[in-house]
Design a protein around this ligand. Structure first.
Ligand code: FAD
Length: 405
C-alpha cells in the first residue's frame, strides 16, 4: 500500500500539504513530494486534491462483489438454553434495519439441542432462524462457535451481522470478522442506515467517551457490529408470527476446538438486574463512604427500585462493579433515575441519559448532572434524602390534606 503523486496531474497548489496532519508533504519544483517516513497513509491528501493527482494504491485493488449479501443476522446468544436479554434488543433494532434495507431479519442459534428456542426468536421478530446444533457446541468455545458461524456466513452471505457486546460477543465477533475478512465496530450504541447508499452507520463512544465515532464498512461484507447491552429497545413478542427454521450443515472436527470447558462456575456475587429496573437510586462519591448506600437502599426500597453507583465508588471499593452505571458499566433506561452525589461526568451520563425522568441531588449547583436533570435539588443528600423519605411516608396524609382544601 502506498500513496503516489501523479506528476502530470499535480499543479503544485499546496492543498495536499495543508491537509496532511503529519506534515509529510512539501512542494518541490512545483510538484508535491511525500516524505514516506512521515506519511501514515491516512489518505487525507487524496480527498484534498482537486486535480485527482494523488492516488492510494489500495484503491486500485479490484473491489469485492457485495451484491450477493442479503439479510440482517442477529447472533442469538444463549446460555444454558436461555436467550440472553441483549438478543431481544438486537432483534428489535435488527427489525428496523432490515425494514430499511428491505431484507429479512434472521437469528443464528448455536448450541446443543436448543432448537426449541427458535420459536421464541421468531416470536421476537426473526423471519428465519439458522440453527447450528452439536453436542460439542453445548458450552461456548471461541474455536467451536467461530468455526461454525464462519461457515454459515460464507454460505448464506448476510449483509449485516449483529452480536451483543457481552463477554461472549466481544470474544466471538473479532474472530469471525477476521475469518470472513470484514470490518467490525465494537460496542456500538447507535446503528442507522444511510438513506443514500443503504450502508449501516455504526456509532460508538471513543477516546474515553469524549467523542462519538461513526464508522462505516464500505467495501467488505458482512458489516459487523457488537452492540452494547441495554441500549436498544427490546422487540415485542408476538405469538402469531411465523418464520422459517433452517438447519445449517457444517463441518466441525474435534481438533477445531482447542479449548476444553471443564466447568462453568457462577460467582456467588449478588445478581443485579439494572437493565430491567424501573426506578434506580444511584450514588456517587458525594456519599462520602460506603455506608451511604444503606441510606440509598432505604429510599430504593420505599420506591420499589434498586440501587446503583458511579464508577468512582466502585473503584474505591464501596460497591461491586455489578452496580456500576455508565460507559464501562451498565446502560440503564429506567422510568426514574435519582442521581445522589454524582457529578455527571460524560462517562456516567453515557449510561443513564435515556432515563425517562432524571432527578439529581447535589451540593454543587454547577455540577454537570444538573444539565441533564429534569428535577434538580441543590443540597446535602444526607439532609435531602431523609426529608424525601419522610414525605413519602406522609404522602397519603399530604394527599388527604390537599384534597380537603
Ligand atoms: C475510560 C473511562 C470510563 C469510565 N467509565 C465510567 C462509568 O462507566 N461510570 C461512571 O460513573 N464513571 C466512569 N468513569 C469515571 C468518570 O469520569 C467520573 O470520574 C465518575 O463518574 C465520577 O464519579 P462521581 O460522580 O461519583 O464522583 P465525583 O465526580 O467526585 O462527584 C461527586 C459529586 O458529589 C457531590 N457531593 C459531594 N458531597 C455531597 C453531598 N453530601 N450531598 C450531595 N452531593 C454531594 C459533589 O458536588 C460532586 O458533584 C470513566 C472514566 C474513564 C476515563
Amino acid at each position: 500500500m502506498a500513496i503516489n503523486i501523479l506528476k502530470d496531474k499535480c499543479k503544485g497548489c499546496n492543498l495536499c500539504a495543508k491537509a496532511c496532519p503529519f506534515g509529510a508533504i512539501t512542494i518541490q519544483n512545483k510538484i508535491a513530494v511525500i516524505d514516506v517516513n512521515k506519511c501514515t497513509l491516512c489518505g487525507a491528501c487524496v480527498s484534498a486534491c482537486p486535480f485527482e493527482a494523488i492516488e492510494k494504491e489500495e484503491d486500485k485493488k479490484p473491489k469485492k462483489d457485495l451484491s450477493g449479501y442479503k439479510g440482517v443476522w442477529v447472533f442469538a446468544e444463549q446460555r444454558n438454553g436461555k436467550i440472553m436479554p441483549v438478543v431481544i434488543e438486537l432483534l428489535g433494532e435488527g427489525r428496523k434495519l432490515a425494514n430499511e434495507v428491505d431484507t429479512d431479519l434472521c437469528a443464528v442459534l448455536v448450541g446443543n439441542d436448543v432448537s426449541k428456542l427458535a420459536d421464541e426468536l421468531i416470536g421476537y421478530g426473526a423471519d428465519k432462524v439458522y440453527s447450528i446444533q452439536d453436542e460439542r457446541l453445548e458450552k461456548f468455545t471461541t474455536d467451536g462457535y467461530t468455526t461454525v458461524i464462519t461457515q454459515a456466513i460464507n454460505k448464506y452471505k448476510p449483509e449485516i451481522v449483529l452480536m451483543g457486546a457481552t463477554h461472549i460477543g466481544r470474544d466471538l465477533a473479532p474472530r469471525v470478522a477476521a475469518r470472513v475478512d470484514t470490518g467490525l465496530t465494537a460496542d456500538c450504541t447507535k446503528l442507522e442506515i444511510d438513506p443514500d447508499d443503504k450502508k449501516i452507520r455504526q456509532t460508538r463512544p471513543a477516546f474515553g467517551g469524549n467523542i462519538m465515532a461513526t464508522i462505516i464498512c464500505p467495501n467488505h461484507r458482512p458489516q459487523m457490529s457488537t452492540v452494547r447491552p441495554g441500549v436498544m429497545e427490546k422487540a415485542k413478542f408476538d405469538n402469531n408470527r411465523k418464520g422459517e427454521i433452517i438447519e445449517v450443515e457444517f463441518e466441525l472436527r474435534d481438533e477445531d476446538i482447542r479449548t476444553k470447558v471443564i466447568e462453568v462456575v457462577k460467582s456467588d456475587k449478588e445478581m443485579v438486574s439494572l437493565t430491567d429496573a424501573e426506578i434506580i437510586v444511584s450514588g456517587g462519591m458525594g456519599l462520602g463512604n460506603a455506608d451511604g448506600f444503606k441510606l440509598l437502599k432505604q429510599l430504593a426500597d420505599k420506591l420499589g427500585g434498586i440501587i446503583a453507583s458511579s464508577r468512582a465508588c466502585v473503584d474505591i471499593g464501596w460497591i461491586d462493579h455489578a452496580y456500576q452505571v455508565g460507559q464501562t458499566g451498565t446502560t440503564v433506561k429506567p422510568k426514574i433515575y435519582i442521581a445522589c452525589g454524582i457529578s455527571g461526568a460524560i462517562q456516567h451520563v453515557a449510561g443513564m441519559s435515556d432515563s425517562d425522568i432524571i432527578i439529581a441531588i447535589n451540593k454543587n449547583e454547577n455540577a454537570p448532572i444538573f444539565e441533564i436533570a429534569d428535577y434538580g435539588i441543590v443540597g446535602d443528600l444526607y439532609t435531602v434524602i431523609p426529608q424525601f423519605m419522610e414525605s413519602l411516608d406522609n404522602a397519603d396524609s399530604l394527599l388527604e390534606a390537599v384534597k380537603a382544601k
